[in-house]
Design a protein around this ligand. Structure first.
Ligand code: DOR
Ligand code: ZN
Ligand code: ZN
Length: 398
């Protein structure tokens, strides 16, 4: 038994939490049970571990940029206890064998809980989708990006939407409406990755007003930078947008139109980015601290943070036993020094790519430690990472 004492939860109440065999078994204002281990949270903020529905960890394929070990350690540094990896790895995750290969890699190497988006193959892999089990979604690229996964043929698109209930899309501008059209036609649950522009928000507003099950994600970089600041290092897809778009995203986060915060953590080496047009930036070590900082500036509650980056991903993808601090849920936590600002240094970078676009940025909160199944998996002070025996593949209750 592990007892977390004096934890400030996202609704600003203080609780003791008892964990047995990886699971939260009791929540009370005061628990005096004789636990084997007691962790005094000391009034620090304890949130359910973050769930990042959108990462590109490059395993298999490009370990010099990131692999399942370095990527998941970077995630823990950022308070993220569950990740869902995108299919543009090498080989592309568009077949049964490739998915099995990724499962084996993560089973061996992952420091966080993990799941996968399966990939749509431009040559049409809709026939095998019935053989694919326990994936978060079928990811379809409707615009060009890293990894040659663009689907252009409308007949293929129609079949892909027809054969997978959950669809995630890389769609920019008009392509958002196209995705919504197919999702409406085939009654899909649609996850719109990295929404970046005011016009896209209008399309989402329209779709939501028709009660369609359509969900939208925003990434830190589209809120925190705009295109006037673009350098070779700050190139990603979608590209940085205008300050008007930035404001529209903030408003949409504020109003609840946006459902999730996801990093689109997409590491490349600095040398690659300096040599040629290369889409993607890393960020997972800092995404929660950046969100907490934004949240403080915008006067948002901790509940909103917990929803955007944990409870909503759980609810959208129906992830079993994650994303809530409640009896019967997995004891995945992040403990936060909510009022301890610091300036992001190079030594804070964990990602294999070795750099961050957020170098020198001041954040208002500090990840103190991260837990999976109640076991400490990251501690900032001791600079330690551990594997929890409770780390596992995510399971979707559908
Ligand atoms: O900037 C991006 N990088 N956008 C994507 O859609 C893919 C990603 C990557 O994998 O590098
Ligand atoms: Zn994308
Ligand atoms: Zn992406």
């Amino acid at each position: 038994m592990i007892l977390f004492k004096n934890a400030l939860l996202s609704d600003n109440s203080t609780w003791d939490i008892l964990v047995n065999d990886g699971t939260i078994v009791q929540l009370d204002s005061k628990i005096t049970s004789s636990a084997d281990t007691t962790i005094n949270c000391d009034g620090r903020l304890l949130l359910s571990g973050m769930i990042d529905s959108h990462v590109h960890f490059r395993d298999p394929g490009f370990p010099q940029k990131e692999d399942a070990t370095s990527g998941t350690k970077a995630a823990l540094r950022g308070g993220v206890t569950s990740i869902i990896d995108m299919p543009n790895t090498d080989p592309l995750c568009v077949g049964v064998a490739e998915l099995e290969q990724k499962r084996n890699i993560y089973n061996e190497k992952s420091y966080t809980n993990y799941g996968f988006h399966f990939g749509a193959d431009a040559r049409d892999n809709s026939k095998i989708l019935k053989d694919i089990s326990n994936v978060a979604s079928l990811k379809i690229f409707l615009n060009e990006s890293t990894g040659h996964m663009l689907v252009t043929d409308d007949i293929v698109l129609d079949k892909l939407f027809a054969n997978s209930l959950y669809i995630a899309v890389h769609a920019e501008g008009e392509a958002v409406d196209k995705a919504i059209y197919y999702a409406k036609k085939h009654k899909n649950i649609l996850y719109l990755c990295h929404i970046s522009q005011a016009e896209e928000l209008q399309m989402i507003q329209m779709a939501k007003s028709q009660n369609l099950p359509i969900f939208a994600e925003v990434c830190p970089h589209h809120v925190l930078f705009n295109k006037a600041e673009e350098t070779n290092l700050l190139i990603m897809k979608p590209r940085l947008r205008t300050s008007n778009d930035q404001n529209a995203l903030l408003k949409a986060l504020d109003s609840g139109l946006i459902d999730t915060w996801g990093t689109d953590h997409a590491p490349h080496l600095i040398s690659e980015k300096e040599e040629k047009l290369t889409y993607g930036i890393p960020s997972i070590e800092f995404s929660l601290e950046l969100l907490l900082t934004l949240s403080k500036e915008m006067n948002w509650s901790y509940d909103r943070v917990a929803k955007l980056y944990s409870a909503n991903p759980r609810q959208i993808f129906k992830i079993s036993k994650k994303g809530r601090i409640a009896q019967g849920y997995d004891a995945d936590f992040v403990l936060i020094e909510q009022d301890t600002p610091y300036v992001i240094q190079e030594s804070d970078v964990i990602s294999q790519c070795g750099w961050t676009p957020y170098l020198g940025r001041k954040v208002s909160a500090n990840i103190h430690s991260t837990y999976i199944g109640g076991e400490e998996v990251y501690n900032k002070e001791h600079k330690t990472f551990n594997k929890s025996k409770y780390t596992k593949e995510l399971y979707y209750e559908r």
